[in-house]
Structure formats: C-alpha cells, structure tokens
Write a protein that binds this ligand. Sequence first.
Ligand SMILES: Cc1ncc(COP(=O)(O)O)c(C=O)c1O
Length: 398
Amino acid sequence: MKSGFNVEISDLYQTVKHLQENGCAFQYFEGPGFDGRTITVNNRKLLHFASCSYLGLETHPVLINGSVEAVRRYGTQTPSSRAMLSSPLYRELEEQLKLIFPGHVIVTQTVTLAHCSVLPLLIGEKDAIILDAYVHNSVRMASQLCRANGTFIIVSRHNDMEHVRYLIYRLKKDGYRNIWYCADGIYSIHGNMCDVAGLQKLLDEEENFYAYVDDAHGTGWCGKNGSGYVIGSYGLHEKMIVVESFAKSMVSSGGGIVVPDRLIADYIGLTGQTMIFSGPIQPAILGSLVACVKLHLTGEIAAYQNELLGLIRYLRQRSRSLGLPVVTNDETPIQLLRIGSMEKTYRVLKGLIERGYFPMTAGYPAIAKGDEGIRITVTRHLTKEDIDGFLSSVQELI
Ligand SMILES: Cc1ncc(COP(=O)(O)O)c(C=O)c1O
C-alpha cells in the first residue's frame, strides 16, 4: 500500500480498516443521547456488549450534577500546569481518595500518562524490566522510554510467577541493580486476574525486586469502596505500585498511582514528566470524579458490585451450559470467547451485529494468532435476558 509519505503501512492497518468498513471498529453511535445499554450504529439499534462502564454509572444523576456544577464554578479548564497551580477540586479528590486507597495516591490525567511519569523516573540504566507477555500496551509504550534510557527489557510467560522467578535469577546474575515486573491486575483482553498472591510471595523473597501493576480494569467494580482487584483483594505490598483507572468503571477520566512509600509518592508527584509537562484534568471530569468517589464511599456501591457479580456469574454459567468456548477463568466483567481465527471471528461478529449486538473483536496483535475471538464486557446496564439473547446468537453463529 502506497501513501504520499515514505512510510510503510503496517498489517495492523489492514485488519483495523477491514473491521471499520464492516461496522465492527472505529464506529460512531447516533441519536440524541446515550443510556449505556443500547446504541444506534449505522441505523441499527444494538445492545452494548463493549462498554467498560461495569457498574453503569455514567448516567448516574449525582455524577452528572457533579460535572455540571464544577463547570459552572470553574469553567471548562484550568489552563496551568499542575507544577504551578491546581483547582480546589484536585485537593478535594485527593482527600477523598485517601479514604479508599492505602498509602499515597497521585492523580494523573490518564493511566498512560501515569506510566510515562513513573517508569522512566524509578527505573534506570542499571535496572531491568520484566514485562508480562500480556501486559497492556500503555505499559509497553512507557517501558520504551526506559529502554531509551538504557534499561534492559525482557518478556515473561503470561502470569507465570515461576518464570518470573527464573528471569530474576538470570538478571541478577547479569548484574542488574533493581528488577521490576510489570503486569495488569485484570488483563484487558483475556479478562483473567494477575496471580497477585504468587507475585507478593516473590516480592517477599527476592531482594531488589519490585512490581508495577496496572489495575485499570479492576478499579471500582470490586474491592471495598471500589478499591479494585489488586488492593481490594490483597492490600498494597510495600514493594508494589498499583495504578487505578478512573475512566472505566468509575466513568470519569484519569488515573491514580497508589504508592506505599511517602518519599517516592512525593518524588513522582513533583517530578514525574507528565505531572509537570501535560495539562490538568478538566473541571467537568474532576467534578464527576469527586462525586463518583464520594458515591463509592456509600453503601450504594456494594449493592451495585453484587448486582454486577450476579450478571457475570450468570453469563459464565449460561456460556458453560451452552458449550461456548469461554477462555476467561475468572469472575471478571471481561469475558473472552475463543473463535480461533480472524476470518471466523469477523463472520461471528458481523452476524452478532445483524442480530442486534455490539461486542468487541479480540484480534492479533492484542491476542495470539489462532486465539482470536469475541471479547464481551458485562455491565450493570444489561439484563439476564440481554445476556441470554447474546449467548444464543453466538451459539447459532459458531
Ligand atoms: C489495562 C489498561 N491500562 C491502561 C489503559 C489506558 O488508559 P488511559 O486511557 O487512561 O490512558 C487501558 C485502556 O483501555 C487499559 O485497558
């Protein structure tokens, strides 16, 4: 394929373009509003099985009011670097987050920008990074900044702590000072959970070994007050940094870097590159986020979390009884159905859209060739009947 620039167009482009032209990716929804459950795409009303609003809070009146009120008070943006000045909403947010998360929380504009601040700051040329084979692309991108600074990077077998142990042994033998393992709390395509218990054991046993875990898909929908999968289930290990996302289940935007050590938290907060050189979160988002965090401190959230868990269990149990190829072993809102090739996956996806469903494609390179399939996300907007209809359609199509 030729362009006016002397640039090689990758195979990924062909794949994504094909998905876009078939109505499966890079689409726009139509209509005057958004209710979280149904969307109209290309004049067809579809049930939304590709949303990360796991608790279904984006239409919650308390969050909407928080956002509107914040814009009225503070305008559309506070156009100063946080290195100079932040809106009082930031202080309120940071105070509220202390009630949910242990250690120290640094708020960032996005999770990707959190990675870009933390990794190059804490990991240097004498250090090595072990990337889990399926760690999110945003962590990989940030690890490239470390590579440019001279850090050695190696990939471990997915979620295999014995392999990580072996790599630590090899890297120590090669003389690396600190070794960092980067993983996701809940893997964004497969939907499985990181072996945090195994990882914490390694952290206890191995000197100069640290972990950096992106729990973007774990935040909010689980853990006490939405403290997430990693912290909610295992607490915060003294040699671990966990990044939370406020853009998925918490339906706002931004990230929270949870750090056990006060000095390191201050170091990141005051000198992280994206803390200084990127703009702040807009008042509209800060307002909804403050409201969302406050909501997570009430009993309302535990009830929503239970409702969601009920739907996840229902989907898994129905999938099993229909004999569907569910890859995900864990009870998380992300469930992957293995179809086995991109061609078959397209066919199933097109059939699902024709029958009124909008799920996500899991294709190479996000997933290994031969493991392609349909990635479903369960949200509280959906009903058991919606899930039944979806699964029966998948069964017919495969
Ligand atoms: C696991 C994970 N980490 C990070 C990100 C990126 O988050 P952000 O858009 O806040 O940079 C995503 C986005 O989808 C994700 O799934």
